[in-house]
Design a protein around this ligand. Structure first.
Ligand SMILES: Nc1nc2c(ncn2[C@@H]2O[C@H](COP(=O)(O)OP(=O)(O)OP(=O)(O)O)[C@@H](O)[C@H]2O)c(=O)[nH]1
Ligand SMILES: [Mg+2]
Length: 643
């Protein structure tokens, strides 16, 4: 028997990935802000005595998309149509979900609705007549609380039933004003449209001017019969009704969705906690700006402060242990390898691991609280000055963790130019790896205040470059309004935060640590062979002249291009864990500044090429290099003046 394919579709932040994780036992990023999942993900699921394929979709408001992740969802839906759709609707934002249900029913796929976040709806005082909703739409509706797994099994059982019965929703929307035109178009495209495509839906989408459908039809319509005819039909509608057909279609669906929502929802005034209410109004008013600054600085200082504490503990343990196991080797190669392993373990465990885990943990808590979209809302005005909208804040915030998912999440932005400008900003943002460098070089050897100053300076550069690039590509024309539903504040679940921390930080353990150990041994061997010395003196004139730095920092920068934190690691291991006896504080600051800006790491570069193509990636690398040279040079000239 063919494996059944079940798709999870729904509005952003409705809980699709939570259900996906519950059923598959894997981990897709879950958090309390819209736009996390930006690619479809498939996993086989064993359910009782059967298996099926489950597909997690990016959030989508509509099947006529406006942004890239919605396009991905829609194209997959049409070309790879699942046997059944579980539409994950948010019970606290039902009207929007009903709009999508109507579209899915029009598309003709069997759907079962998960009325998710039902607990939240009850808490907020919504009373939803589930039976009536199911009756009106003609599809099964099951209340669920995905975080607790409530209703999830029932959902799958219903989906199985539907896959076999193939029964579809029974609400039919008639667009009476334009029915003749729709029929005419259907008559034409029927001739060449493959059977797997739903005929009426294609006709509707042509009137809605969906770019993918229009392109697909143009490819299929070899004799170009449709184009002029469609334009004429659209013009005739506009003339007789005074409205573009796409608007007419959307309005019709909206009014039906509204009517249904009104019929099934009763709202009882619920008593919201005073604290949450105050927090909510505070975080989106003008007091929100200082609050945002406090939140960001707190995450930074907490990560670095606790990181220093953990580092002290680990170093202490390490030295105790290594003196316990101390033995001397006469073979210089073996002792180089041994000291390489020791040093790299020490640096990895005391500099990288604590900061990465702490930062991601704090960030996950923040993410799950529901604060981030409010920050996006707040920052919308500032973003508009650049020509971006608040939505760009989401990829930028992700950039605090790692530039790679941040670049991918640029898909939630509408238009190539905003995506480019945001990617430029992401390439400069102090990600976790840069945070490690600021921590490891500045907080540890110079002081936490200087670390904070460099961090703020980095943010200033991000905004400055964003503004310059934004102005020069003239974004204004493409900036659209911010449409984002603010999720409710929630108490973050520690379990989710820990899981997310692990999923984001595990690369540092599995990928970075082995490279650090091997790289350090390699450098130690080069050092013994005397090759390092030659290489370094070769670059001395350039680096001393430009930045007042010794030429050997070049090798750290080369490693840093692989992963940013490697620049710190190999500096530490080469300088025997004691940079202050080789470099002055000013040199350390200059080196840190250059490392922060000079180039996106390999993984980011690969992602940029995939998302923005080579030309734009090269432009971004060029911008990074230029900034690093200017800042490095200026710092090496200006800082000595202040002593
Ligand atoms: N209270 C409550 N919270 C839920 C429920 N289901 C999910 N959540 C929370 O809702 C938020 C969004 O969940 P996700 O699973 O990430 O949502 P998604 O639909 O995959 O979101 P996108 O991928 O961004 O479209 C998270 O904070 C979840 O913990 C639920 O039934 N009740
Ligand atoms: Mg998701």
């Amino acid at each position: 028997m063919k494996e059944i394919r079940i798709g999870l579709i729904g509005t952003p932040n409705s809980g699709k990935s939570t259900i996906f994780n519950k059923l598959t036992g894997t981990y897709q990023i879950v958090g309390n802000w819209p736009g996390k999942t930006v690619e479809t993900v498939e996993r086989a699921v064993k359910f009782k005595d059967r298996t099926f394929l489950l597909i997690d979709f990016p959030g989508t408001q509509t099947l006529t998309p406006t942004s890239m992740e919605e396009e991905i969802a829609r194209e997959y839906m049409i070309e790879n149509r699942p046997d059944v759709i579980i539409q994950v609707a948010s019970a606290i934002d039902l009207e929007r979900s009903i709009y999508l249900s109507l579209e899915l029913i029009e598309l003709g796929v069997p759907i079962v609705i998960a009325l998710n976040q039902f607990d939240e709806a009850i808490k907020q005082g919504f009373e939803i007549n589930v039976g009536k909703l199911s009756e009106i739409l003609g599809v099964p509706v099951i209340p669920t609380v995905a975080i607790k797994g409530e209703g999830v099994n029932k959902l799958v059982e219903k989906a199985f039933d539907l896959a076999h019965s193939k029964s579809k929703g029974n609400i039919i929307i008639t667009y009476e004003d334009i029915m003749p035109q729709i029929n005419n178009i259907m008559g034409i495209i029927k001739e060449f449209l493959p059977d797997r495509y739903p005929l009426e839906w294609f006709a509707l989408e042509l009137f809605e001017e969906d770019s993918w459908v229009t392109k697909r039809i143009a490819e299929l319509d070899a004799e170009k019969r449709l184009k002029d005819f469609l334009e004429k039909e659209k013009a005739s509608i506009e003339k007789s009704i005074g409205m573009h057909p796409s608007l007419l279609i959307v309005n019709k669906r909206r009014s039906i969705a509204k009517r249904i929502a009104n019929e099934v929802i009763k709202i009882k005034p619920a008593s919201r906690s005073k604290f949450i209410e105050t927090l909510d109004s505070l975080s989106t008013s003008s007091y929100g700006y200082p609050l945002l600054a406090i939140v960001m600085v707190t995450v930074f200082v907490a990560t670095l402060g606790l990181g220093l504490l953990v580092r002290d503990m680990i170093s202490y343990l390490f030295f105790e242990l290594s003196s316990y196991f101390a033995f001397s080797l006469t073979n210089s190669l073996l002792s180089a390898i041994l000291s390489g392993v020791q040093l790299s373990l020490l640096v990895g465990l005391s500099f990288i691991i604590p900061v990465v885990f702490l930062f991601h943990f704090f960030f996950s808590l923040l993410e799950d609280s529901g604060y981030l979209p409010r920050a996006a809302f707040l920052i919308d005005k500032a973003m508009r000055k650049i020509g971006l909208n608040g939505k760009a804040f989401i990829p930028l915030l992700l950039g605090y963790g790692c530039s790679v998912p941040a670049c991918v999440s640029c898909r939630i932005l509408e238009g190539d130019k905003p995506r480019f400008v945001t990617a430029v900003m992401i390439s400069l943002i102090p990600c976790a790896s840069r945070m490690i460098i600021i921590y490891g070089l500045i907080a540890v050897y110079i002081g936490i205040i200087t670390a904070l100053a460099i961090y703020l300076f980095n943010l200033f550069i991000v905004l400055l470059i964003g503004t310059i690039v934004g102005r020069s590509v003239d974004l204004r024309c493409e900036s659209t309004g911010l449409i984002m539903v603010l999720p409710p504040y929630r108490v973050p679940l520690i379990k989710n935060a820990l899981r997310k921390t692990w999923s984001r930080a595990k690369d540092f353990v599995y990928l970075a640590m082995p490279i650090i150990i091997i790289g350090t041994i390699f450098l130690k061997i080069l050092e013994i062979a005397g090759i390092m010395g030659h290489l370094n003196t070769l670059f001395d004139p350039l680096f001393v002249g430009m930045f007042g730095l010794p030429g050997y920092v070049l090798s750290f920068l080369l490693f840093g291009a692989i992963r940013k934190e490697f620049a710190l690691v190999f500096l530490m291991t080469t300088l025997n864990g004691n940079p202050l006896s080789y470099l002055s504080p000013i040199q350390i600051i200059v080196f840190t500044l250059i490392t922060l800006f000079y180039i996106p790491c390999v993984a980011t570069t690969v992602t940029l090429i995939r998302e923005l193509r080579l030309r734009k990636t090269l432009m971004i690398i060029g911008i990074n290099l230029l900034i690093a040279i200017i800042i490095g040079f200026s710092a090496s000239v200006i800082l000595p003046l202040f002593g």
